[in-house]
Design a protein around this ligand. Structure first.
Ligand code: IPE
Ligand code: IPE
Ligand code: MG
Length: 220
């Protein structure tokens, strides 16, 4: 059994990490995906129950097409890491605009990778890794309120909670934002109501074990 601790990370600064090295921004995203794999291993060792990461927001689609395509490919790779996840006993989930909703923008090939990864790790009992892709907190809250109203329920914190994209996601204990930015940027607005916040100066590709421990010190 893992602890019930929920850590959520806004993985920012991939572009700046690359620019500081004279590399294209896409190289920063590639390194960011590698670092996520490293941080997942550390999080498992630290007995974190829930790790939720912001991979791509509803606002990020306006980025240059080549950059978006690269990030899509990296999510296909991330959700393809099934063997690693199974070795770590990690169950992967996804949070974002439901594929069948009118506003959803996740392309079919990424949808397939997401579905397969969820299916192939479904019986793992350790940490739950939730990847936010095509996710926005406001879109999630709008859809929860609409669903509550459509089912004739009164709109209360409880009914909103049961209509969130992933109702089982527990409240966030620690919210991390990297790369020196101090914004929430539409991430897990409802779930982070009582979260402690750790701001890290490190760009996401450099966010390491020591940084994660500094965030955990806020709650342990
Ligand atoms: C975070 O890094 C990754 C995504 C938002 C997809 P950025 O790409 O935002 O990096 P910076 O903020 O430009 O450095
Ligand atoms: C937040 O990063 C979203 C993700 C990390 C996926 P951004 O770089 O898009 O955030 P803003 O727009 O600068 O706040
Ligand atoms: Mg950014």
């Amino acid at each position: 059994m893992t602890s019930g601790l929920h850590v959520a990370c806004i993985m920012d600064g991939n572009g700046r990490w690359a620019e500081h090295r004279g590399l294209p921004r896409t190289a920063g995203h590639t390194e960011g995906e590698e670092n996520l794999a490293r941080i997942v291993r550390v999080a498992v060792r630290r007995d974190i129950g829930w790790l939720t990461v912001f991979g791509f927001s509803t606002e990020n689609w306006v980025r240059p097409r080549g950059e978006v395509r690269h990030i899509l490919g990296l999510h296909e790779r991330l959700f393809g890491r099934v063997r690693e996840l199974n070795e770590l006993n990690v169950r992967i989930q996804w949070i974002g605009r439901p594929f069948d909703s009118a506003e959803a923008r996740t392309p079919k090939y990424v949808q397939r990778a997401i579905r397969k990864a969820i299916h192939d790790t479904a019986t793992n009992t350790g940490m739950v890794l939730t990847v936010a892709f095509d996710y926005g907190g406001r879109a999630e809250l709008m859809s929860a309120v609409r669903a509550a109203r459509a089912s004739g329920e009164p709109v209360t914190p409880e009914t909103i909670g049961t209509h969130l994209y992933l109702p089982e996601l527990p409240p966030v204990d620690v919210l991390v934002r990297t790369s020196g930015e101090r914004r929430v940027s539409n991430f897990l607005l409802w779930q982070s109501a009582g979260a402690k916040i750790h701001f890290s100066e490190a760009p996401w590709p450099d966010f390491d074990e020591r940084e994660l421990d500094a965030a955990l010190a806020l709650v342990r």
